[in-house]
Design a protein around this ligand. Sequence first.
Ligand SMILES: [Fe+2]
Length: 397
Amino acid sequence: MKPLEMSSIAEVWRSALTIIADSLHGYGQDLQIWFPWGKTWRGHDQKGILPPTDLPADLLKAKGDRFAGRFWVCHPQGGVSWLLCVKPSSPQAPGLAGWAPTPRDTAALVLLAEFLRLESLLGLAVRVLENRASERQGHWDRVRNLAVTVGRHLGLAPAELVDLEMTALLHDLGKIALPNEILEESRPLTPAERRQVEGHSLVGAAMIREIPGLERVADYVQSHHETPDGTGYPRGLAAGDIPLVSLIVGAVDAFDAMTHYRPYATERTYKESIQEMIAQTGRFDDRVLWALQDVLKRLGILDTHPMVNPPTTEGPAERPRPATPSATPVPESPPQGGRTLPPSPPAAPTDGPQPAPGAGTRASSRSTPRKGTSRRSRRPGAGRPADPSHTHGRTSP
Ligand SMILES: [Fe+2]
């Protein structure tokens, strides 16, 4: 799973680190929090994720010890053995042995432990899905980042953004239940197969509903193929009954499929793809499309071409590419009928998630078939515009 510096989940880390850093202020600065993750240790500081590392095993037993010029303390909480460390504020500063966490510190660490487990489960689910559909590697990261950015742009509350992020990651979880024969199939689906594919939103929602606390996310996942014109599935909901989170995920997911997996992906700019979505009246929420377009405009990539699978050595020379649509823009006024927007958030960090695998370059040729082009792009009829909300196979939203 990619780093989560730009995600909503990362904001939970940042706020918890701020609470504990305040508590440890008298002992030192530059707080780092480490926790065991498999056979390595992962760390966060207030700027983001630290590189995984090996720490001496006996450090776990340390109580206020100095190590590598820092004070360290082990503080088990929420089922996790947390290692906290700070740089001493002075040579005479006391070690951390005398530090007593406040109830606020304890609550922050318990919350972090819960999010750590959640992050691990999300990563596991995404890896399983990516193993089923290798061509879509990176899809979930792009959808997650872009959906959260659009959600911020539309003024969603922090709790809604967390739900949005989880929905974006898990929306197609139900495809785990689909046989490979259908996922890999290049011919048109039979009506029965189509119904089976369309069942993935119900299957995914049922799976997620089993996880305590994710009931809302399950509802959002169930509705991610509902459309404002009432022709979506599984329930054919009317526009006003579809959660905004589901509308965002549905639109961003379709947009990523159009711009990375459609036969014409390298032929169209982001703007042209959005305009095709706008032309499909009733298929997507107007507020979401406006926000999506504005986000890309502010990133300076609206008029550029998407990055897709890298060319092979047989391909023509590459040319410099713009960034992927994965950074955090600042919001401005909403469209007619949109929500009132909050003040502009801080600028996106420069050390955010890296472009997804296969997203760093794109073929500059728009007419020569390349190796590595998705199977879908080699399908009969691949040259015609496709329904961006088509649900068949790997490229479906
Ligand atoms: Fe889906």
